[in-house]
Design a protein around this ligand. Structure first.
Ligand SMILES: [Zn+2]
Length: 384
């Protein structure tokens, strides 16, 4: 089999902390070119952000088209002297590959590439349909010059995808315990309450926004937004800060504001959610309190890949290798799958996430072998 471990080591040795590429995409480009892929490197820019390198590689012209997505950028290593090995050494110790990105997600990409190269070798160098890699260097930071633009770029060139596997570290404890089939949406806002500033000894000439914003925070936090749905936990509105910007102890402040974030499920859209929260605010304000919400722009919509033939095929491949039937989960934060879901059904399955973003991030070498065999099993079934 093509060796996932050596590919992952080569990737880890490129210190590609966002926005640096440090040669990481070049490692993939040369492997995929040698295997007959048409490889394209694209750089995206946006004022105020660093230029980012991305890679799109495809082999085959027919349908169905499965794409493996991922990111080669990593978060900073933190205190490098606290690592057991160099953060970018790619050393193997006691059955673990150490290094920033080992699980999130250079290890996952390496297993995908190894599985695809192995599949091609067994099938005369070409797939029955098409296989591609959609790899960005901009996931861990602002995510503006990455997958979102790469997908648009590909679509403008007539590329269409039937299914996507995103190799993020989806498993919680052991490999095979979890496939992510959706993610909650994320929406932030600021609640503003208007009062009237005045002298603390003459409260009748002022209107204090502090008790008012407290009431509104309780009102908006107390009522559940929903009871959850078949695939999702209940939505949640969480206040994250409250402020009046007042340094003086003898002044009643003129205004107060509080920030919040909502993680919402498929009972809502971004629009229906905003309407619901604003209605509740209106009720809580009555005729007395003057308040409004400023919503932040959000590109994190809720999405769900409904269980069906594609998820079944992934579950079967996982069961064959690990003996486990994975949970189909929608928990956790956002990922690039939110962008991919607008183009084709996407599932996330990769290594075990426990050490991601930590000192001594590491991937079990035996898990990497299993993940490679799982991806190989997905390809067998997909092109059957
Ligand atoms: Zn990641």
């Amino acid at each position: 089999m093509a060796d996932a471990l050596s590919i992952a080591r080569d990737l880890i040795r490129c210190p590609s902390v966002t926005p640096a590429d440090a040669g990481a995409l070049g490692v993939l480009a040369s492997l995929l070119k040698d295997a007959g892929f048409e490889v394209q490197r694209v750089t995206f820019s946006e004022p105020g952000t660093a230029d980012i390198d991305n890679l799109y590689a495809r082999i085959g012209t027919a349908a169905p088209h499965i794409t493996f997505a991922g990111h080669t950028d990593v978060v900073p290593p933190g205190d490098e002297s606290a690592w057991s090995t160099g953060a970018f050494s790619g050393d193997v110790k006691d059955g673990y590959l150490y290094g920033r990105g080992a699980v999130d997600m250079k290890g996952g990409i390496a297993c995908g590439v190894a599985a695809v190269l192995d599949y091609l070798r067994d099938h005369g160098g070409t797939p029955k349909g098409s296989i591609s890699f959609l790899i960005t260097g901009d996931e861990e930071a602002v995510s503006v010059n990455g997958t979102v633009k790469l997908l648009k770029w590909a679509a403008e060139r007539g590329e269409t995808f039937d299914h996507c596997v995103l190799g993020e570290p989806s498993n919680q404890e052991v490999i095979g315990d979890c496939i992510k089939v959706g993610r909650r949406g994320s929406q932030s806002g600021t609640l503003h309450v208007e009062g009237r500033q005045g002298h603390v000894a003459y409260p009748h000439r002022a209107s204090n926004p502090v008790p008012d914003i407290s009431r509104l925070i309780v009102a908006l936090s107390d009522d559940p937004l929903d009871q959850g749905s078949a695939q999702f936990q209940p939505s949640n509105l969480e206040f994250t800060s409250v402020d009046v910007g007042n340094a003086a102890g003898n002044v009643i402040p003129g205004k107060a504001w509080a920030k919040f974030n909502i993680r919402y499920n498929d009972c809502h859209t971004q629009d229906s959610l905003r309407v619901l929260v604003e209605e509740r605010l209106k009720t809580a304000c009555g005729n007395r309190i003057r308040a409004h919400i400023d919503w932040e722009p959000s590109n994190s919509n809720v999405f769900l890949t409904r269980p069906g033939p594609f998820t079944d095929l992934a579950v079967a491949a996982i069961e064959e290798v690990t003996g486990r039937k994975p949970e189909l989960s929608t928990t956790g934060g956002t990922s690039d799958a939110r962008f991919i879901s607008s183009y084709c059904p996407v599932i996330e399955f990769g290594l075990v996430g426990q050490t991601m973003h930590q000192i001594d991030e590491r991937a079990s070498v035996s898990d990497m072998e299993k993940l490679t065999r799982i991806y190989r099993g997905v390809l067998n079934r997909y092109f059957e």
